[in-house]
Design a protein. Structure first.
Length: 265
């Protein structure tokens, strides 16, 4: 047996031994998995909200509807009263996002919030000074359906959003009417009305994934509900009723947390 044959046999023996050793001790290659925002999520949020209302015309509602001012008492022109509301919002959101290889992320989200937004404003009744009325507005429920577009920077997502929004609002106008001091005790009035507001919303936010399945967000949203009319009914003077016109905008700042469900992509 020559040297070449011996070397070949030795090499074959080493190769077979190496294969057997590799079979006994397998080596697995590991690769870092790229984080993705592709997921569906369910979460909660809490924050504050501020509403601006421009109301036309509570003076006409009181003095002209139900003839509380008596014959000849009419309001010469519309009176606009500003009412600001503020309070807390607490609720939840449900949505899905998809992140493209380019780091562009798109998604859709539905949200609902309970609210404690209220505000009051006193206004003069010019036909019977010094009588006044008190206008109160309360908003207790806000919902929205929005799409969002964002840029994903690893565990951060910076996004903008927009869509349709709804809110539930209840208003009241209360006080007493003395017909310039000639009616004593004063004739009390208590007008109430409720309406569902429909409008649009737009906002921006930043979301941070602090774990694979959990993220936290900070978000600002602006709402415009346009102009709407509520029918006001007097709970004291049966049959007294009239319209009240509202122009409403709202702003919110919310902190939220989401739990993400992955693997559906």
């Amino acid at each position: 047996m020559n040297k070449i044959t011996l070397l070949g046999a030795a090499g074959l023996t080493l190769a077979l031994a190496g294969s057997a050793l590799a079979a006994d001790f397998p080596v697995k290659a590991t690769f870092a998995q790229r984080f993705t925002w592709t997921s569906c999520y369910l979460g909660m949020h809490a924050g504050g909200a501020w509403i601006n209302n421009s109301v036309t015309d509570p003076v006409l509602l009181v003095q002209d509807n139900g003839f509380l001012g008596g014959p000849g008492f009419t309001t010469g022109g519309p009176t606009t009263v500003g009412v600001s509301q503020s309070g807390a919002v607490v609720g939840g959101q449900l949505g899905c996002d998809y992140e493209f290889p380019s780091n562009l992320a798109i998604g859709i989200e539905g949200a609902a919030s309970g609210a404690t937004l209220s505000g009051t404003r006193a206004f003069a009744l010019p036909n019977s000074p010094p009588d006044t009325g008190l206008l109160t507005i309360k908003t207790d429920f806000i919902t929205s359906v929005t799409g969002r577009v964002g840029y994903a920077a690893d565990h951060w997502l910076f996004y903008g959003k927009g869509g349709v929004a709804f809110a539930n609002s209840k208003s009241s106008v209360t006080g007493g009417f003395t017909n310039a001091g000639t009616v004593l005790p004063a004739t009390a009035f208590d007008f109430e009305g409720q309406s569902t507001l429909t409008g649009w919303t737009a906002g921006v936010g930043a979301e941070w994934a602090f774990a694979d399945d959990w993220s936290a967000r900070l978000e600002y949203d602006y709402y415009d509900f346009g102009t709407h009319t509520a029918t006001m009914l007097d709970n004291i003077n049966g049959g007294a009723a009239g319209p009240l016109s509202f122009k409403t905008t709202m702003q919110t700042v919310k902190l939220g947390v989401n739990f993400h469900v992955r693997g559906w992509e």
